[in-house]
Design a protein around this ligand. Structure first.
Ligand code: SF4
Ligand code: SF4
Length: 136
C-alpha cells in the first residue's frame, strides 16, 4: 500500500546541517516534497514535508528519523484507541516508535498516551482486535 503523509520535522541544532532527509530517498525508497523549511531563533530546524512511499518503507523511514533524534508531528490525522476493543494484549508496546504505550506491571494494563503519538500507523495493523483507529 502506498501512503502520502504531511509531517513536520523538528531538527535539533546538532542535526540541522546533516543530509538526513536525503537518506529517506536513498535508503528507504521514499519521495518527499518540501513544503516549508525554516531555522528558528534557537537554531532548531523545522521542515514541513509530504512523504510518499510504500507503507513499510514509510514506517522504516519514520523509525530512522526518530532514531536520529528528530521530533515528528503529523499535520492532519489522529490515532485514537477504541477502549472497548483493546484487550491489553501488549502487542503494540514494543512496536510503537514513539513509546506511546506503557505497560503497568501491577495491573497488566496498557496505557496509551496520544500526546506522544506520531501517527506513523504501525499499530493500526499490528493490533490484533483493531483497537487503534485513524481519524481525520
Ligand atoms: S495491540 Fe491493540 S489490543 Fe493489544 S494492547 Fe495494543 S491497543 Fe490494546
Ligand atoms: S500510530 Fe501507533 S505505533 Fe505509531 S506512534 Fe502512534 S501509537 Fe505509536
Amino acid at each position: 500500500m502506498t501512503v502520502s503523509k504531511k509531517i513536520v520535522l523538528h531538527f535539533p541544532r546538532r542535526l540541522v546541517e546533516q543530509p538526513i532527509v536525503c537518506r529517506l530517498v536513498k535508503e528507504y525508497n521514499l519521495d518527499f516534497n518540501i513544503l516549508k523549511a525554516a531555522i528558528s531563533p534557537d537554531d532548531e530546524g523545522l521542515m514541513v514535508l509530504e512523504l510518499r512511499g510504500k507503507q513499510a518503507d514509510y514506517d522504516k523511514g519514520i523509525k530512522y528519523l526518530i532514531k536520529r533524534g528528530l521530533r515528528i508531528q503529523s499535520l492532519s490525522q489522529n490515532v485514537i484507541r477504541n477502549e472497548e476493543r483493546c484487550t491489553h494484549c501488549g502487542a503494540c508496546v514494543a512496536l510503537c516508535p514513539a513509546g506511546a504505550f506503557t505497560l503497568d506491571l501491577a495491573s497488566r494494563q496498557i496505557s496509551f498516551d496520544d500526546e506522544k503519538c506520531l501517527v506513523c500507523g504501525i499499530c493500526l495493523t499490528a493490533c490484533p482486535p483493531r483497537a487503534m483507529e485513524l481519524h481525520f
